[in-house]
Ligand binder design. Sequence first.
Ligand code: NAP
Length: 289
Amino acid sequence: MINGQTRTCGIIGNPVKHTISPIIHNSLADRLGHNLVYVPFPVKEGDLEAAVKGAYALDILGMNVTVPYKSEVIKHLAEVDELAAGIGAVNTLVRTDGGYKGYNTDMSGLWRAMSGEGIRIEGEEIILIGAGGAARAVAYLCAKQGAGKVYLLNRTLEKAKLIADEVNGSFGRTVIVPMLLSDYTELPDRKFLAIQATSVGLEPHDDEVIIEDEAFYQKIHTGYDLIYKPFNTRFMKLVRAAGGQAYNGLKMLIYQGIDAYELWNDVKLNAEDVEFVYDRIKEEMGLQA
Ligand code: NAP
C-alpha cells in the first residue's frame, strides 16, 4: 500500500509511454515486499536539467534514463561510474549525498545476461554487427572484458571507424576492427561469437535479417541478438540452422532492470527473482518461445 514511507523511482525520457520498466520494478517491489513505486516521467526537450534537479529535490530514490537523454544527462550528475563514463551513456541514476550518480546497467545487464548463459568475452574473437548507440556500448564492453578482436561490421563504414577509434584509443590496443557490412566474406575462417546490434529484424519486420547468406552463419558458434521482439529473430534461426546456439535480448533487458533495482535498494536478487521477472515480462509482452 502507498503510505507515508513509500519511496519513488521512475524513468525519464521522451517518449516513455511504451516502457516496460514499471512492470519490472513494481512487480519486484511487490514480490520482495519493498515499499516502492516506479512511474514513467515524460520529460520534454529542454527540461532535462529541471527534471533531474526536481527529482532530487523531491527525494526520488532512483531513476532510469532512456532515449534521447542517455548522454545528455551526464552533465547534470554528481558522479558517473567508470563503465558508464567510458561508454558515454547513463541509463540509471542512483541517489547519493551530493546528487545522482550515473550507471550504465544496459551494459552491466548484457554482461550479466551473457555470463548467465555461459558466454565468454575474454580472449574471444567476436563479430559485432551495427554501429548505433547499442553497438557502441557493446564494443566498449567487449574491449573492457578483454575480447581478443571485435570485427565491427556496419552498413555505414564511417560510423564503425568512429567507434573503433574511440574504443581502441581508450584501451590503448587495436581490439575493434571496423569493416563494411558487405565485406563479411573477408572475415577470417574460424568460429565466432556474433552479436547482432542493428535494428534489422525488429517487429513487425520479422522476416528481415542483416545478412542473408547462409555461409556467413557457418562462422558463428554463438549468436546473440539484442532484439527480443520477435522472441526468435530470423538471425537466431539462421544461427541455429547452421548448428550454433542463439539467444535474444530479453535477458539483457531484464538484467538492466535487475541491476538498477539492486543499486537503488542495496539488495542482491536471486535466480528465482530473475526468472519471476522474466516470465512476468514475457507474459506482459505476449512473447513466446
Ligand atoms: P540505432 O542507434 O538506431 O542504430 C541502428 C543500427 O542498425 C545502425 O548500425 C544502422 O546502420 C543499422 N541499420 C538500420 N537499418 C539497417 C538496414 N536496413 N541495413 C543495414 N543496417 C541497418 O539503434 P540502437 O539504439 O543502437 O539499437 C539497435 C538495436 O538494439 C535495436 O533493435 C534495439 O531494439 C536493440 N536494443 C536492445 C536492448 C535490450 O535491452 N535488449 C537495448 C538497446 C537496444 P547505419 O549506421 O548504417 O545506419
